[in-house]
Design a protein. Sequence first.
Length: 142
Amino acid sequence: MPVSSSCLRVFVVKGLAIRGVAVQDQRRKLGSFGEAVALAHLTRAGLNEVARNWRGRGGEIDLIMRDGTTLVFVEVRTRRDGSAAESVGARKQSKLVALAYTYLAQHCDEQELEWRIDVVAIQLGRGGQVQHLDWVRDAVEQ
């Protein structure tokens, strides 16, 4: 039985959607891997985990940690190609600051609480192993 061209178009569109989901899934796995690596690194450096993947209006903060009395909001960037650190542009920085203020308003009673935003940039090698990890403290100005 012949297949109409409209059926073929639907099949192709569905194929693209499936591939799109697969790409999204790979990005999510890459992000989760990077967050786990960053968490392990920060924990070894003496920070304590407060929250992971905290969602607020307008986005998500990857990790929230305590460094002594300072609350640390951490953006994790994991890349196979290109610079992970340079991928945190001005727009993302503004979002991070807004999210940090939202978190503080919802969860912190102390008015004078010290806090900062750090970036952990992870560069992966061809085999998926961590090639370079760069922890930039106080990377985003408030």
